[in-house]
Ligand binder design. Sequence first.
Ligand SMILES: [Zn+2]
Length: 388
Amino acid sequence: MHKYSILLLFTLIHFNFSYGQVYNSSYAEIVNKCAYDSIYKNLQQFESYGVKEIGTSSLNNTKNWIINKYNHYGYTNIVEQPFSYFGYNTENIIITKTGSVYPNKYIIIDAHYDTRKGTGTNDNGSGTVILFEIARLLKDINTEYSIKFIHFSGEEDGYIGSQYFINNTVIPQNLDIVLVFNIDEVGGVYGMTNNTIVCERDEINPTANNAASAIVTNELANCVGLYSNLTAEISFAYLSDYIPFEANGEIITGFFEKNKSTHPHTISDVFTNLDVNYVYEVSKAAIGASLHFSKALKNVLNIDKNYSFNNIIAYPNPTNNEVSILLGETKTDVKIYLRNTIGQTILTKSYEAVDHIKINIENQQPGLYFLILETKLGKSKNIKIIKK
Ligand SMILES: [Zn+2]
């Protein structure tokens, strides 16, 4: 019935070992595009819609704003999932990005957008705007797994939106969920030092999915250290939309603020009582973690300036005849030139896509040569080669 098979657990453990987390400069380049100004403005915009309880026009207007955001980012698979609560209609918003290797396996990244008693700028405007930044920056990134960004409604009424999604989408479609990453109340407290984020793992029944949750939560904590200025603290998951997923056997993790604000669920849960810079740092950690969990493919990131040559190995060098150049990763539109010490070009070659180049200088005079590597969009690199 549920998916927490030993096989999946094994896969996750294997995944953990074989893709051990080291700082990924390609991920960091994307993380560094996280926009403080967008977060600032989006939090204020979220606040401007008012108290977002089920049955209010505030909640409906917020829903339309969220959908417009994803349209603007270029997403086309945006689904409203309506459900009703005491005669009032409301909707989950589900945005799907298809993975390149495992299109039918899903990472769910979610945040609720309904609020209670106040505008909920921390709970959960903070999670809402972080999803925007993740979705904006991952739009054109090739990920192995599919991602569903879900903005749930009805969280404050007892996870009824996420429960509805499980009952009406996950179970009937037998949706293959790799991981649920929930972001709720990460605004911090204005005036306090907000430098720690809580990474939440599953410590409740059923327990068969708890070990896998602990593994991915450790990975989440590692991403905090790698891609933000924050410190990670691991604690237990409770009181948010990952709970119905957990009960359904899924593997969950999440972010929650360390300094717990007293404002949520009151009229003072407003912009001026949270710490925008903290939301920005949590966003960076969340973007890094989303790239990591969805297995963004380093070789095909759509970042032009990424095409620099950093980890080149040339061997043997000095050489009698052939020299091999390992580029460390596949580069596209590569051109090479071999020049001698008086600037004459001895050889030129072009490659559409290449990770390994071999050149033969058997017929050249002994001495020093320069191999220049260039890409259409990036920096060039100069390597000294010695012919014996
Ligand atoms: Zn919340």
